[in-house]
Design a binder for this molecule. Structure first.
Ligand SMILES: NC(=O)c1ccc[n+]([C@@H]2O[C@H](COP(=O)([O-])OP(=O)(O)OC[C@H]3O[C@@H](n4cnc5c(N)ncnc54)[C@H](OP(=O)(O)O)[C@@H]3O)[C@@H](O)[C@H]2O)c1
Length: 323
């Protein structure tokens, strides 16, 4: 697999990342089982075989169990640690006896969370640490303090954010003495606000878009790696039954199949190639735990969509002609 085209922080990083949200069993509080550790070994093997060396975690995935089973893999295969990049996130707290679902970017919460992540993963450090979802009560200086402590302690190498717009990143960056290097946001053929934001500039149809204009440009100008979550559209366009879906979804799934045949590749590869054709150097994160789908996804690095095919996918998936 070629190297990442944009962000130079990790010269060895590959263009596709693996998201570990599906590891560890259920989202309940019961402990993980032996079968989940076995699955984690199989998934890690499939991911490495596919040429992917970047693993995305979060402290909340399957209530910490995704990190725990990954930690079991690292415990059994310690030499793996230096061959891979590990990213994790914190900031989301699910409803508990203290309050409703909420976000927390306080210094104390961040520091405790990273200690929990390291302990569950059985590692001394993580390569990238992201703030998961924007916390309206964030004090940028407090976050900066936490980041500095984590970096000095060698617990975290680099920092980034997730689900943030350019204003939020800019506010935080203003307090940091290190660069934010990644922003992980939802981007895929069934979530196209990031492109509509561009084509509907100065057009009344763009008035209700949820994407904050300028976020892509900010990331590109500041060498912030854009990571795409949900990049396989949960399988909606690459094999799941779409007969009850709106017509444009059915037509998009059909087109994905046609292009897969034309490029002699997989449907998953077409979905990812759509993101990777964007000049921002988007890094898709795939969340499949199915080894065959992981291998099929990796074929995306061999596909460069023509402009015409890229637009055909975009226009079909948005279900409406461009202005
Ligand atoms: N930052 C954030 O806020 C945020 C939010 C969500 C996710 N993420 C990250 O992004 C990663 C990917 O997200 P995601 O898992 O939501 O997205 P995804 O990669 O689009 O979807 C993966 C899911 O779709 C299923 N799937 C894929 N192809 C399928 C097919 N042909 N038929 C049936 N099922 C199919 C997979 O099942 P199988 O396992 O059976 O293949 C898996 O459950 C996560 O692991 C996580 O690391 C981040």
């Amino acid at each position: 697999m070629p190297k990442l085209p944009l962000n130079q922080t990790f010269p060895g990083a590959r263009p596709i990342a693996y998201g570990c949200m599906g590891l560890g069993g259920s989202w309940g509080h019961e402990p993980y089982k032996v079968e989940h550790v076995k699955q984690a070994h199989e998934v890690v093997d499939a991911v490495l075989d596919a040429g992917i060396n970047f693993f995305d975690h979060a402290d909340i995935y399957t209530m910490g169990k995704a990190e725990q089973v990954f930690g079991e893999v690292l415990k059994e295969r310690p030499s793996l640690r230096e061959q891979i990049l590990i990213q994790s996130k914190c900031g989301i707290i699910f409803e508990d006896d203290k309050g409703p679902k909420r976000f927390d970017f306080s210094k104390e919460y961040i520091l405790n969370s990273v200690d929990g992540i390291l302990s569950r993963l059985n590692t001394d450090y993580i390569d990238i640490f992201l703030l998961h979802r924007p916390d309206p009560l964030m004090e940028p200086d407090e976050v900066a303090d936490a980041f500095s402590i984590l970096k000095q302690a060698g617990k975290v190498k680099h920092f980034g954010v997730s689900n943030q717009n350019l204003h939020q990143m800019s506010l935080l960056q203003n307090s940091l003495d290190m660069p934010l290097i990644a922003n992980q946001i939802e981007l895929h053929l069934m979530h196209l606000d990031f492109l509509d934001d561009v084509v509907l500039s100065n057009n009344v149809q763009g008035k209700d878009l949820s994407f904050t204009s300028g976020t892509f440009e900010y990331c590109r100008m500041n060498n912030i790696q854009i990571q795409a979550w949900g990049s396989l559209c949960q399988g909606m366009l690459s094999g799941r039954d779409v007969s009850s879906q709106p017509e444009h979804i059915q037509r998009t799934a059909e087109l994905v199949g046609k292009l897969a045949a034309e490029y002699q590749s997989s449907k998953e590869a077409i979905l990812l190639a759509f993101l990777m054709r964007h000049p921002a150097g988007i890094q898709p994160i795939i969340g499949s735990t199915n080894p065959a789908r992981i291998a099929a996804s990796a074929q995306a690095t061999n596909v460069t969509l023509t402009r015409e095919h890229w637009y055909a996918l975009y226009v079909t998936a948005r279900g409406q002609e461009l202005p």
